[in-house]
Write a protein that binds this ligand. Sequence first.
Ligand SMILES: *[C@@H]1O[C@H](CO)[C@@H](O)[C@H](O)[C@H]1NC(C)=O
Ligand SMILES: *[C@@H]1O[C@H](CO)[C@@H](O)[C@H](O)[C@H]1NC(C)=O
Ligand SMILES: *[C@@H]1O[C@H](CO)[C@@H](O)[C@H](O)[C@H]1NC(C)=O
Length: 418
Amino acid sequence: MPTVITPLSVCYFLSLILAYYLGKNFPDPNCFKASIDNRPIRLKKIEELTDAEIKKVRAQQAPCHYGNCTAREYKAIEWPDVDDQHPIIWVGGMPRSGTTLMRAILDVHPDVRCGEETRVIPRVMMVRKSMKSATHMKESAFSQNALSSEGEEAMNEGVKRFILEVIEKHGPISRRLCNKDPFALKFMTELTSWYPNSKFIYMLRDARSVAHSIISRKVTITGYDLTNYTDVIHRWDLAHQQMWQQCQDLGPKICMPVHYEHLILEKEQVLRKIAEFLGLKWFDGLIHHEEHIGSDISLSSLERSTDQVVKATYTTALSSWEGIIPEEDLKNVERVAPLMKIFGYKPEVHVGSYEHFISKTSQMLHLEFLRNEIRNAYKPAKPAKKLPPKAVMKPTLAQFVANSEKKNSSRKAISTEL
Ligand SMILES: *[C@@H]1O[C@H](CO)[C@@H](O)[C@H](O)[C@H]1NC(C)=O
Ligand SMILES: *[C@@H]1O[C@H](CO)[C@@H](O)[C@H](O)[C@H]1NC(C)=O
Ligand SMILES: *[C@@H]1O[C@H](CO)[C@@H](O)[C@H](O)[C@H]1NC(C)=O
């Protein structure tokens, strides 16, 4: 009788013998798990790949990093399977709030790849939203205000797959994929319904620092008046209202707000908390991320554990807006940005004051501050009310003309922020 001896057959045979002696009636199912997984990479889930397999695919990707690889090289890449159950990490918030620092730190973790901003994801989400609510094409053709449910489903499916592809393919693969597009967090609700294992790192930073940074670096964001601090600070609040509401609804298991100031002042504690939240194994390299990624993070030289330098950090880097934002704009902050207080900032004090984020100073336990904040500000998620489906009535021609006249004046172009 010809025999094929493989690790699997040996394991199976041994467990049969064991089962016989122990009086169990079935071989150990762990045999199959422990046996060598010979499936091709393309059939494996990205999170199941071994280090060697990750390395192999990364090597295949390498010639394409400049976008100039040949079709043959591209075809040879063995893309693993990424499905919508993948625990995607999303880093976002307002631009200039430490989202880049956060993703640079996460990129140091051997299991994570965030990479650069794709820029396309918030745009796609925004276009989808405007198509959903008032499709320009369909509206004029059929006088319908929204896509039919099949149309919407097809569009959602398309957008959903497209985003996964973009996240997977815009950088070297890794077991945990991550995306950093600050405004993607305006769509946390949709993203969670499509990718239910998503985790969001929601960066918060003093509106005055954000406004100073946006204006001094001339970061153009559609609709922002870069000559007017009050306007930028107000828009900080509007953007956060949208994101904060969703963060509260999703709850602390899915969305974790992180104060940029706290991350700077107590890097290790905050990062340990983040690793726990994301389900990542702790990796010491995170604390010294600057050693791994070169010198593109100017704050790296300010990280010291002594209180003296912590103080220097916040006066030089965290309070760089002091003396730059005019007094009349500072007076408006409390009024135009009510979320400042909810997030624990002190808009009434016109100097940077962030000591209360340090757990030692505030006599609070590790991250107790944020927990308190969450306890006070988080409302329990309301179950979504199901609206009864609206009856869709075909309008008469007269109504159609009347409708389009009404809409003529109010029709807006698709707004693309960012
Ligand atoms: C692609 O671009 C990189 C960087 O510009 C260059 O080093 C490499 O040789 C290019 N590869 C091909 C196939 O043109
Ligand atoms: C600045 O923006 C605020 C809020 O949008 C507005 O009320 C104010 O008139 C603006 N000031 C100037 C000088 O444009
Ligand atoms: C819609 O607006 C355009 C240009 O603004 C105008 O020429 C056209 O007559 C308007 N249509 C209706 C039905 O009011």
